[in-house]
Design a protein around this ligand. Structure first.
Ligand SMILES: Cc1cc2nc3c(=O)[nH]c(=O)nc-3n(C[C@H](O)[C@H](O)[C@H](O)COP(=O)(O)OP(=O)(O)OC[C@H]3O[C@@H](n4cnc5c(N)ncnc54)[C@H](O)[C@@H]3O)c2cc1C
Length: 480
């Protein structure tokens, strides 16, 4: 797209010339998120520093180039292509807006700019005995804006819930470039905070958030357990929850992944185990002692090979390192990994795992598995070589089959990574036409020209004509 010089000049006047990128090399750095199967370069990148600048940028686009898409972007760690400018346009990068503005210990709340990283919020809250509970494994890099847009979860979602359970209010910019606010302490009105959270940048650009902070637990205990089969490990997870214990986290990795982690870090993990389970209990001493007895009983009844409770903070950190480096460690097996994000009912974990293995065999693919086992959120990671086009095609087909399997088992398409462009074609397998229409009505009423992050989440929106469409890569056949 040839950009009007008038628009570029107007944007430079708003954010400063150094914060408007149009050079082809610079643009190529923003052509994907962490889901690298779908790439598309933006036409320009703009890095604003305040809510007012964001509003002025969106207003300038609406006035001078009304069909130009605007796609918000945080750290670009998304795993569904959400921040990728599949229809070109303006990539609005919010990482300069990275301040934790205020921590209110009495109200247990923090006011932050959306470019602040997830971990920076907890760091600033810690001296007050508080933290921000959603903890995606990407928390060192991912931004609060990205967490809100994707309704991010993490290992501790099982007990503490998703991002949506920890956001009190939002301020941001609508598709017309006006500053709007939703939510707040007991303000009443429609609960639009929940509508915006998880909307993947398609309804508004969020610029500031008022976050709920959670008191740090009095005591935390972390367990590492090994099982001879994935099925037995999955059953132990189901039994623990059925017994009424809700651990802070229950995370599982398979034999392939644990061996990759052991090759990488040499933590002394047991290589012959088919499944490694991490369980974290938190709360007050008496409650933990009671939960610990139930957990140990469930593990032993399901063929436990071996287990150990962390004796100190260092051992606890090592246990979590095994989980949090899983995807990185898989890079030792193949240069590229495509991480899926299906959800199934916890009780059908074993069936899902066996089904995924069969899909992998049928397509001749190596699939490693990492699970937020407690809440039935699966992350099969297909290992591949991007230059091998036939293998890439098999990865995409197998990915679709795995998502369909999750839906067939009574689950859904995404636990935390969002739909983005990656799962657009699968939406109709999980939602009926009326459900999609209902969502579409919200989108079209808030963004009638389809300016904000077009080509994401909702498959049948106006499609090509709306915004100078360019073909979607692997989704070309969808709409145009
Ligand atoms: C190694 C690794 C581990 C991960 N682990 C987890 C995990 O445990 N749990 C989990 O939930 N996710 C996880 N993710 C996925 C990813 O980190 C999350 O989705 C995260 O919330 C994305 O944040 P981001 O700042 O990188 O957003 P981006 O990738 O930049 O953007 C994601 C989406 O948010 C929109 N967006 C960004 N900022 C705004 C804004 N201010 N206003 C409106 N829309 C906006 C974008 O348009 C896009 O649709 C992981 C990713 C990696 C690479």
């Amino acid at each position: 797209m040839v950009l009007a010089a008038k628009l570029v000049d107007a944007l430079k006047a708003i954010v400063g010339a150094e914060n408007v990128l149009t050079d082809a090399f610079d643009l190529s750095l923003y052509d994907a998120d962490a889901e690298t199967l779908d790439t598309a370069s933006p036409d320009l990148v703009v890095l604003p520093a305040s809510t007012e600048e964001v509003a002025a940028v969106v207003k300038a686009v609406a006035t001078l180039a009304p069909t130009l898409p605007v796609t918000a972007r945080g750290a670009g760690t998304g795993l569904s292509g959400g921040a990728t400018c599949v229809r070109g346009g303006l990539s609005l990068v919010l990482t300069r807006m990275n301040k934790v503005l205020h921590v209110d210990a009495a109200e247990r709340a923090a006011l932050v700019q959306v470019g602040a990283t997830n971990v920076s919020v907890s760091r600033q809250a810690e001296p007050h005995g508080l933290y921000f509970a959603p903890d995606p494994s990407s928390q060192i890099a991912s931004t609060i804006g990205g967490n809100i847009a994707e309704n991010a979860g993490g290992p501790h979602t099982l007990k503490y819930g998703m991002t949506t359970h920890h956001v009190l209010a939002l301020r941001g910019v609508n598709a017309r470039g006006e500053v709007v606010a939703v939510g707040g302490f007991n303000r009443g009105g429609l609960d639009l905070t929940g509508v915006v959270i998880g909307s993947e940048g398609t309804l508004m650009v969020v610029t500031e958030a008022l976050l709920r902070l959670t008191p740090l637990a009095a005591k935390v205990e972390t367990l590492l357990a090994y099982f001879p089969t994935v099925r037995q490990c999955g059953q132990a997870v189901s039994d623990i929850v059925a017994q009424g214990v809700v651990p802070a986290a229950m995370e599982m990795i398979d034999n392939l992944t644990l061996n990759a982690v052991e090759d990488y870090l040499g933590l002394g993990l047991r290589r012959d185990a088919q499944a490694l389970l991490i369980i974290e209990l938190d709360g007050v001493e008496a409650g933990i002692a009671c939960a610990r007895a139930i957990v140990e009983k469930c593990l032993h009844e399901n063929g436990l090979l071996e287990s150990r409770w962390a004796k100190n903070a260092r051992e606890r950190a090592d246990i979590w390192k095994a989980r949090k480096t899983s995807f990185g460690a898989l890079g030792r097996i193949a240069p590229h990994g495509y991480v899926l994000d299906g959800v199934i009912p916890r009780s059908r974990l074993a069936e899902a795992i066996e089904g995924i293995a069969k899909i992998g065999e049928r397509h001749g693919l190596t699939i490693a598995n990492v699970y937020h086992a407690g809440d039935g959120n699966l992350h099969p990671c297909m290992l591949y070589h991007r230059e091998d086009q036939a293998e890439v095609a098999r990865v995409i087909s197998a990915g679709r089959e795995i998502l369909h399997l999750c839906v067939e088992l009574g689950g859904t398409l995404s636990g935390e990574h969002g739909i983005g462009v990656e799962k657009l074609m699968e939406m109709e397998s999980a939602f009926g036409p009326r459900d999609l229409e209902f969502m579409g009505l919200i989108k079209t009423s808030l963004d009638p020209d389809g300016r904000l992050n077009p080509g994401k989440v909702l498959p049948q929106l106006k499609t090509c004509g709306e915004s100078g469409a360019r073909p979607l890569l692997r989704h070309q056949q969808l709409s145009c």
